[in-house]
Design a protein around this ligand. Structure first.
Ligand code: SF4
Length: 309
C-alpha cells in the first residue's frame, strides 16, 4: 500500500474508471460423469476462468450452472462444493506451508485415522514415513503437487478440476504426475476437467476436448478425432507447434491472443488466421455441430447447411 501510494498508483487508479473484461462469452460446457474433458488454450483464452466458474469459485454474470441435474444457487452451493475440488498449477495455492504434510491431508479428511492418511499419501506415490513430518518447503515441486492431489482426493470429490497441474514441473516429473492422475481417475471413476495450454497433454489424458480462443469455444469433440483431423485453423496451428509429451515445448502459433477489453470484430482469430476471408472480419461464426464435432469457423458454412438439411 505504501509503495503504491508513493508511486502515485492509487491516485491514478482512483481517476481511471474500472475496466470490465468479458473473460468468457457465450460458453456452454457439459461434462459427463466419469469422463475426462480437456480444455486447451493459450493464456488469455478464458480457460482458467471457466475452471473457476465450474468450481463455483467465481460467479458468472449471467447463465446457469447445474451439478448432477441440480441448479446451483446460493442455498446449495456449499453442499455442491463438497463434491468438487480444484487443483492448481502452483500446489502452494491450496496447501498451508506452515502445516506438516500429514496434517495437510488430515485436515481435508472426514475420517482422520492415521492409516487412512498413510494410505492416501501412498496412493499418490509418496513414502509416508519420509514425508509425514515434513513441511512443503522441504519437498520437491513434484512431491508438493502429489501432496496437493492427496489433499484433493482426501475430500472424496466426484469432480476434479485440474488447472495446469503439471506445467510448473520438469518434463519427467510431468509424465509421472499425468500417469498418476490417469490411474486415479480409472480406479476411483472420477470426472476430470483438465485445463492445459499444451494440446499434447490433452491428447494423452482426455476423452473429449474443447479448444478455447479469446473467451470463446472454437472447436469441441472426441479427442482422437480433433487431434487426427483438426477442423478449426486455430486447432491446426496449435497442433503444428505441438511437442511430444515430455519433450521441450515448441513456440505457440505466431501472433498473440487479442485483448478481451477490445476483441477483434467478427471471428476473434481473424488477425492470425491464414484462411481469413472478408466475412471473418464482419460476422462472428456460430459454434455449429457437424458430424458430432462442433466448430466455429466460416470455412464450414456449406457443411452446416448440409448438416441441417
Ligand atoms: Fe479463420 Fe475465418 Fe475461420 Fe476465423 S472464421 S478461423 S478467420 S477462416
Amino acid at each position: 500500500y505504501y509503495l503504491a501510494k508513493k508511486m502515485g498508483i492509487l491516485e491514478s487508479l482512483a481517476r481511471e474508471p474500472p475496466i470490465y473484461v468479458r473473460a468468457l462469452d457465450n460458453v456452454s460446457v457439459e461434462i459427463r460423469r466419469g469422463e475426462v474433458l480437456g480444455i486447451v488454450g493459450e493464456s488469455g483464452s478464458g480457460k482458467t476462468t471457466l475452471g473457476k466458474v465450474l468450481a463455483t469459485l467465481e460467479k458468472p454474470t449471467s447463465g446457469n450452472l447445474f451439478f448432477m441435474g441440480m441448479e446451483i444457487n446460493d442455498h446449495n452451493v456449499n453442499h455442491v462444493r463438497k463434491h468438487i475440488h480444484m487443483v492448481f498449477q502452483n500446489p502452494m495455492t491450496s496447501i498451508n506451508p506452515r502445516m506438516k504434510v500429514k496434517d495437510i491431508v488430515k485436515e481435508a479428511m472426514k475420517e482422520k485415522r492415521e492409516e487412512r492418511i498413510k494410505k492416501m499419501l501412498e496412493e499418490v506415490g509418496l513414502d509416508y514415513n519420509y514425508v509425514k513430518d515434513k513441511y512443503p518447503r522441504e519437498l520437491s515441486g513434484g512431491q508438493t503437487q502429489r501432496v496437493a492431489i492427496a489433499r484433493a482426493l482426501a475430500k472424496e470429490p466426484d469432480f476434479l478440476i485440474l488447472d495446469e497441474p503439471t506445467s510448473a514441473l520438469d518434463a519427467s516429473v510431468q509424465a509421472q504426475i499425468l500417469n498418476l492422475l490417469v490411474d486415479l481417475q480409472k480406479e476411483r471413476k472420477l470426472t476430470y476437467l483438465f485445463i492445459t495450454h499444451n494440446i499434447a497433454v490433452a491428447r494423452y489424458i482426455s476423452d473429449r476436448v474443447i479448444i478455447m480462443y479469446a473467451g470463446k469455444i472454437v472447436e469441441e469433440g472426441n479427442t482422437k478425432e480433433v487431434i487426427s483431423e483438426p477442423m478449426h485453423p486455430y486447432t491446426q496451428s496449435l497442433l503444428s507447434s505441438v511437442p511430444e509429451l515430455g519433450k521441450k515445448e515448441l513456440k505457440p502459433p505466431s501472433g498473440e491472443v487479442p485483448s478481451l477489453i477490445n476483441p477483434p470484430s467478427g471471428c476473434r482469430f481473424n488477425p492470425r488466421c491464414p484462411f481469413a476471408m472478408p466475412i471473418c472480419k464482419e460476422k462472428e461464426p456460430p459454434l455449429v455441430e457437424i458430424n458430432g464435432r462442433k466448430v466455429a469457423c466460416w470455412l464450414y458454412e456449406t457443411n452446416w447447411k448440409k448438416a441441417s438439411s
